[in-house]
Design a protein around this ligand. Sequence first.
Ligand code: 6PG
Length: 509
Amino acid sequence: MTQNNNLCDIGFIGLGVMGKNLVLNLADNGFSIAAFDLDIAKVEDAIAQDKAESGSSTARVVGCSSYTELLSCLKPPHLIVLSVPAGAPVDQVCENLIGAGIQPDDIVIDTGNSLWVDTVAREKKYKNNFILFSSAVSGGEVGARFGPALMPSGSPYAWTRIKPIWQAIAAKVDAKTGKPIERTKPGDVVTEGEPCAAYIGPAGAGHYVKMVHNGIEYADMQIICEAYQMLRDGLGLSSLEIADIFEQWNNGPLDSYLMEISVEVLRHQVGDDNTPLVDLILDKAGQKGTGLWTAMSSLELGTPAPTIAQAVYARSISSFKDLRVHASTVLSGPDAQSFTEQEKTDFIDQLQDAIYCAKICAYAQGFQLMKLAEKEHNWQLDFASIAKIWRAGCIIRAVFLQSITQAFERNPELDNLLLDEFFAEQLCKHQLNWRKAVANSALMGIPTGAISSALSYYDSMRCAVLPANLLQGQRDFFGAHTFERVDKPAGKKFHVSWSSNTRDINEVG
Ligand code: 6PG
């Protein structure tokens, strides 16, 4: 292992793809790193890559072969970044650091996708041993290398120490346009622009916000995939034709990283016969759990996030491949339709508007969920700042995030994005096409759970009177669950003696 007599700024544990790229990003920004991984080969690989990229003979990354050596290589009080899988590995590393003599004023930053309640519990559990800080990272390996979005939370004292480092390595946005400032080469450093790293709140808040980011990510991806299926199975278009359509869409309000990478995936061809790779990829979606956590949290808090939940279900149903293949031979659907050129053009336009509107609803659900969580957990979330962080570096980065930022800047207390003047106007303008696209999908037998659930969400939200009056009647009938009345003061409860002949209505409780 390389030895270095100078003490390093930052200790880094976990040199998987994300970890290694964060290390190289930190090094590019002038921080010296002491790196450790249980797999020594990963440490050596990070050092070799750093040397090759920096062209410097002086090591910016120092390898360590134990937790004790790692601590001895760092400037006190120690600052240690963890990039290890969420769950038990985080605790294992924390215990090992305690064993190696970590001090109470040392700071450990968990950058994984930890479940937010685990982070809250860990902060308490380790408070006498060290300061546990968390900072979820979004942006995948490229983001980690050239500028991720960072969602830091925990001790405000720790944040004062971490802030300059985090703001240096984060993605940057041009303050005027809201567009990302490109940084794509090793050695590049961006010092101007607004960094996509702002303090979110106390322990757990940052991981909660990242969890919702991922829930929105699930919805965003599923919405795009549904559009792909509509174009593939409805219009019979090839992957290359669909890529061209997505590329066009990516020039307007749908301009986003996820749309951009969808074009790349659809255009990728393999083999001598140029088979689109996407046709060779098995249609079974994986998931690590953050979308599920978001949907579960929305159910627990009682705030609707049906498009996010639907995106999780879509992944689940995709995993039942054998059952679907069998069912496809048993269950019937509508006959295939043919379209005129004009009908095809209209279909594509309608779909574009549908994606846009569904996307607005998915974000509205995610932000409303964070608002409810904020109240429940007594956090003070700055939604404009969260939208700003997501404008670059992260997986859901999109031009659209600038409009969300502006909506929360106009009204920081906004209850739901749908009520913002810009978004209300956009939904009004595009809703007819959205409805036509959903109707098309139903008539053609193509599943569009996310796009359709978003439309139901929109329609439910704009319904002054929902059928829950009948539902309350049903509940009262079989379970004496009582109901409130529109013609009586709020809070007063009534029950009908349904089993008696008289069916008297009595005020109860
Ligand atoms: C990000 C991503 C990243 C990862 C998630 C989702 O923001 O960089 O969200 O955290 O892709 O783990 O993964 P799954 O799709 O496997 O749940």
